[in-house]
Design a protein around this ligand. Structure first.
Ligand SMILES: [Zn+2]
Ligand SMILES: [Zn+2]
Length: 490
């Protein structure tokens, strides 16, 4: 491996899961805004309240009218049955009955002490939301309204004193009323509390509406048919991908012109009109390793997608056509965030085809591995002979087969030592098959446990992997190429 490639390996892990958002509360960063003025007029006489029977008693309703309660709040505080379709009319009819008894709103009250006339502005808010979500495809929406803390507290206090028992609180009522109006206007919008496609936050003080288009997740398997393509997008080493790239990366900001992430993700990103992608593979192969067979499971994330519903078999064809000969996908289906953890957490056995050259130089004696029995080192030393051994094809096959079923002790390979803890990992070689010896070259199929360093299984990494093909042959082995044949999962 050249020095350059080593450097390229270096920063790999940093970008492997680049762009993965962790679960978050999109509104956690909002600072409650201070209420600027008192909404409750000081001249309302609190002292009489204890004697007034609450709604639905007439005197309770009369009192709501007197204090300037709006029609919506009247309906929700009245103790009468209503829905958001009819809330306005229910409120009006209560008010009319009260007025017939000669009860009027106090003259100096400017707005509803419960909602500060928010319900009056529902139509305006629906318009703002429609603008904000113009052209966005979605069916499931979650609404959140941000209220000043003291507004919520005051409303709670007032409602407890003057509203009917069990009246819905302001925040929940406002969300329901707004959601109802919005979905009635838009049609086919479902209000959800879990897995929304769009989250809309309304600031009730400023009327700012913020729409968060939630990520769309797709599961599939990919085959990487060409060597030299990294799995994930990898920013340029020199400019780190900032400021539109540099001379070294031809102003692309990328270390490699493409990646599995982009071969798959760019056509999809265009189709979903998403802002960006994040790629989560079930493990990954080295840049110079192909991934064949059924391919490797992955979940790709479309961030802030404008479009959401598509024919996935058409998209599969699109990806495979634009990426012909490099990357192919199959089994594309809808996924969700939780599957990312599953994909990342699955330790799947893998099958590889590996081709290597052996001899004629003698394999160097293994270095001592931490925790290894002294006697084993002596055994290993016996393998190293004065003159390099010469083997027949049958003997080579036999020596390779002797590794089947063994548990390898693999000290962190030198090529990844800078980013992985230096320790000995034990991994099992599940099976070895299809060994073909052609002169000084060998090709074989190896199935092994997740996390096995397969190249090291062959060349021994200067004795850091024990046992190895090189050790068994007593000769230097050099890997020509490696393919992943199957990821045994799903
Ligand atoms: Zn109100
Ligand atoms: Zn650059």
């Amino acid at each position: 491996m050249s020095k350059d490639e080593n450097n390229e390996e270096e920063d790999w892990s940093k970008f492997a899961s680049a762009g993965y958002e962790s679960a978050y509360d999109p509104w956690a960063d909002l600072v409650p805004q201070e209420e600027s003025e008192e909404f409750l007029d000081d001249d309302i006489d609190f002292e009489d309240f204890s004697s007034i029977r609450p709604p639905p008693a007439e005197e309770g309703l009369d009192y709501l009218v007197k204090m300037g309660t709006c029609n919506h709040c009247m309906a929700r505080l009245s103790g009468k049955s209503f829905n958001w379709e009819s809330a306005e009319e229910v409120g009006i009819s209560i008010r009319i009955s009260c007025e017939e008894r000669g009860v009027m709103k106090d003259d100096d009250i400017e707005y509803c002490p419960y909602c500060e006339d928010l319900f009056v502005d529902l139509d305006i808010l629906v318009e703002v939301m429609k603008n904000e979500l113009d052209g966005v495809e979605f069916k499931k929406m979650q609404l959140g309204a941000h209220f000043a803390k003291d507004h919520v507290a005051k409303e709670d206090d007032l409602r407890t004193r003057h509203g009917a028992t069990g009246s819905q609180a302001l925040k929940a009522a406002f969300n329901d009323a707004l959601g109802f109006k919005f979905s009635k206007e838009m049609g086919e919008i479902e209000l959800v509390k879990d897995q929304p496609e769009v989250m809309v936050l309304i600031d009730t003080l400023t009327f700012d509406v913020t729409a968060d288009l939630r990520s769309l997740y797709l599961y599939g398997r990919y085959r990487k048919l060409e060597r030299g393509i990294p799995q994930t997008r990898w920013p340029c080493r020199v400019c780190k991908g900032r400021d539109g790239g540099c001379e070294t990366c031809n102003e692309t900001g990328l270390q490699y012109p493409t990646s599995v992430q982009d071969q798959i993700g760019e056509p999809l990103r265009a189709a979903f009109q998403a802002k960006n992608t994040a790629f989560h593979g079930m493990g990954r192969e080295d840049i110079d390793v192909r991934c064949l067979g059924r391919g490797r499971p992955f979940v790709i994330e479309m961030k802030s997608p404008i479009r959401r519903y598509a024919d996935l078999s058409e998209l599969t064809e699109l990806v495979n056509a634009t990426s012909a000969g490099r990357v192919e996908i199959s089994e594309l289906r809808a996924s969700r965030r939780s599957e990312v953890a599953r994909i990342k957490g699955t330790a799947a056995e893998k099958s590889y085809t590996i081709r290597f050259k052996y001899g004629p130089e003698q394999h160097c004696p293994p270095v001592k591995i931490d925790g290894e029995e002294e006697s084993q080192s002596e055994d290993v030393a016996e393998v190293v002979q004065e003159n390099p051994p010469e083997w027949t094809a049958e003997q080579v096959t036999e020596l390779c087969m002797s590794l089947e079923g063994v548990t390898l002790a693999q000290q962190t390979p030198q090529r990844v030592a800078h980013r992985r803890a230096d320790k000995v990992r034990e991994r099992q070689v599940v099976s070895i098959s299809d060994i073909v010896v052609e002169g000084d070259e060998v090709e074989m199929t190896v199935r092994c446990e997740s996390g096995t360093y397969v190249k090291e299984l062959v060349h021994s990494d200067e004795g850091r992997t024990v046992p190895s093909v090189a050790e068994k042959l007593g000769l230097v082995c050099e890997v020509t190429w490696l393919d992943v044949n199957d990821v045994h999962a799903d």
